[in-house]
Design a protein around this ligand. Structure first.
Ligand SMILES: Cc1ncc(COP(=O)(O)O)c(C=O)c1O
Length: 380
């Protein structure tokens, strides 16, 4: 008797899957270079890595009997208390997860039944369409316009027409946006909220814009606002997977019941608390990244054939003159000299590349490698 393998639900089996970043070791091996000789600028990590104070806290925790052997705190009490002091909000308005990705998924799954709608403004973070597919949500896109600017009227109109269909929906906005680097205008946000929209505002990169650019002060008056944050970008611990969300206490309490009980592992919890304790020192790295962003921007603008977009985040989107080739072609040429940047299959971004801001001491060499590749492109 032939026994068939279990079948994955058809909507999942059809998914193309999320295209995550390829590990540095693999990319370096493909280029025939040592990882240390390469620039990993494809995932917007903190180029200075984990701060010593965070590393010390982890090392100390590892000396303790029980570290890693017992389950982490399902209520995340210490971490949420630390996050309360970092954000100035009550712990009851905060929930942590294994990266913002987990919380995006958890929230969409908990709030929206299959067949509901998410409204996005591409180009934006590729996780949103992936989660729409995963959770059987209808994705309605309001593409950005000239210069990748949001189109507030079109967005408000779309929200209204979805409401008229009497279907639940969530608007996902990203501030600063990945990959365009711009902030969501505050009046657009308040108009959406005043009109009763549920807005999931992804502030994964907010530290690079300055926390004063956050919309968290709107939370108390707007129970339909949900804010996502992460430690992956500013705190240098992307590999440990730690994110958190800010929302009204009722929603947080419900999500706390349906999340995986031990979703934040002990190492992430310890590193997150330590990062908050040394946030003043990490702020110096953030300052350095912001200064380097200006240098990189000016350097890219001075290269023939490239057009950089101003950014409030720790990356810059660069449009490539079609005379040079597509974004993908330039990406491949850069990879061959050990410069790993982000390229896109989305047609809106076929002519663009996203480059994470490197360490300050790396900018000159990075610009040299990019110019070198472009000179050889011009001459072929
Ligand atoms: C806009 C945005 N949100 C969320 C994330 C995911 O963050 P985390 O590493 O916390 O899952 C990213 C990572 O690239 C991002 O760009």
């Amino acid at each position: 008797m032939s026994v068939e393998r279990p079948i994955v639900r058809p909507h999942l089996a059809r998914l193309p899957g999320y295209a995550p970043v390829v590990p540095l070791s693999e990319r370096a091996a493909r280029a025939g270079l040592a990882p240390q000789a390469c620039f990993k600028l494809d995932a917007n990590e903190n180029p200075y890595g984990m701060l010593d104070g965070v590393r010390d806290a982890l090392q100390q925790a590892m000396q303790e009997a029980g570290f890693g052997a017992v389950y982490p705190d399902p209520n995340q009490t210490e971490l949420r208390t630390a996050l309360a002091s970092y954000t100035g909000l009550e712990p009851a308005m905060i929930l942590a997860g294994a990266g913002a990705d987990e919380l995006l998924d958890l929230t969409l799954r908990a709030v929206l039944a299959p067949g509901s709608v998410i409204i996005t403004c591409t180009p934006s973070f590729g996780m949103y369409p992936f989660l729409a597919d995963l959770n059987q949500l209808e994705l309605i896109d309001v593409p950005r316009g000239e210069g990748f600017a949001l189109r507030p009227d079109a967005l408000l109109q779309t929200v209204q027409s979805v409401r008229e269909r009497d279907v639940d929906s969530v608007v996902i906005l990203t501030s600063p946006n990945n990959p365009t680097g711009d902030l969501v205008p505050r009046d657009l946000l308040t108009t959406l909220l005043d009109r009763g929209a549920t807005v999931m505002l992804d502030e994964a990169y907010i530290e690079f814009a300055g926390l004063e650019a956050s919309a968290q002060d709107l939370l108390s008056a707007h129970p339909r606002l949900i804010i996502m944050r992460t430690f992956s970008k500013w705190a240098g611990i992307a590999g440990l997977r730690l994110g958190y969300m800010l929302a009204n206490a009722g929603l947080i309490a419900d999500l706390a019941k349906v999340k995986q009980p031990y979703n934040v592992n002990q190492a992430a919890e310890i590193a997150g608390i330590a990062a908050i304790n040394v946030a003043d020192e990490i702020a110096l790295q953030i300052d350095a990244i912001r200064n380097t962003r200006s240098l990189l921007f000016d350097g890219l603008q001075s290269i023939d054939g490239l057009d950089a977009l101003p950014s409030a985040a720790n990356f810059i989107l660069v449009r490539v003159d079609p005379a040079i080739g597509s974004g993908r072609e330039l990406h491949d040429r850069l990879a061959s000299v050990g410069v790993f940047v982000r390229t896109y299959s989305d047609p809106l971004l076929a002519g663009s590349l996203r480059i994470s801001v490197p360490r300050h001491d790396q900018v000159d060499e990075l610009l040299e490698r990019i110019s070198g590749v472009l000179e050889s492109a011009h001459s072929t």
